[in-house]
Write a protein that binds this ligand. Structure first.
Ligand SMILES: *Cc1c(COP(=O)(O)O)cnc(C)c1O
Length: 212
């Protein structure tokens, strides 16, 4: 099993951190992630020595020894400049994570009963790369927020099985009703660590005023 932990650095289930559940876990350092570089970057974590050796080879054009290619690889090295940025930002990750969790707790309280707030089961540590609510009146709510200068985003409007890239698999509307319903009802609110108290109050007021 390979975990897609792109949004989940720092998250955990019953004390087990993301990336420690499967054979390997993948982190993204795309700028919008909780630990973001100044450009693209990522990391694979694994406890399997052989798998790690294979990955090191693959990310370096399939080469273990210079100019000898044991397998077909890619150029998947983390750029040194991005690594320098990430090393500095890593020290602040815990603080940023706590800010995201505080913002989420605030929205949980302010929006309870109006929209479906993100459920967090016992033992789960959520790091809120996104704070996504569900509501049947999603598009009208997004329009209302926009009029009030409150940004919101739909992650993600088109489920995988309806993407042109996967049309060849032969799935259509109705085949994954839960994904389809979620993609029609989901809306993400600003939850980033630098959000001020006044800003998050304005977000909550915007949602509350929509529902009267
Ligand atoms: C951002 C993201 C990716 C892609 O990460 P890249 O660094 O752009 O390759 C994959 N999966 C999830 C869940 C993501 O949020």
């Amino acid at each position: 099993m390979i975990e897609d932990a792109a949004q989940a650095i720092g998250a955990a289930v019953d004390g087990r951190p993301a990336c420690s559940v499967g054979t390997a876990g993948c982190l993204s350092f795309f700028p919008s992630k909780n630990l973001g570089a100044f450009g693209d970057g990522g990391m694979v974590l694994t406890g399997d020595e052989d798998f790690a050796a294979a990955l090191r080879m693959i990310k370096n054009h399939g080469s273990e020894q210079r100019y000898r290619h044991s397998r077909v690889g890619i150029n998947g090295r983390l750029d040194a400049l991005q690594a320098a940025v990430l090393r500095v930002k890593l020290r602040r990750l815990d603080g940023w994570m706590r800010r995201r969790q505080e913002n989420a707790r605030y929205y949980d309280q302010e929006l309870a009963g109006l929209v479906r707030t993100p459920p967090v089961r016992d033992g789960y540590l959520h790091v809120y790369n996104q704070y996504s609510i569900l509501t049947d009146r999603r598009d009208r709510l997004a329009g209302h927020l926009k009029e009030r200068g409150v940004p919101s985003v739909v992650y993600y409007p088109v489920p995988l099985h309806l993407q042109p890239a996967f049309a060849g698999l032969g799935y259509g509307r109705g085949d994954f009703p839960v994904s389809e319903r979620a993609s029609e009802r989901i809306l993400s609110l600003p939850v980033f660590p630098e959000l001020t108290e006044q800003e998050r109050e304005a977000v909550a007021r915007g949602v509350r005023s929509f529902f009267g």
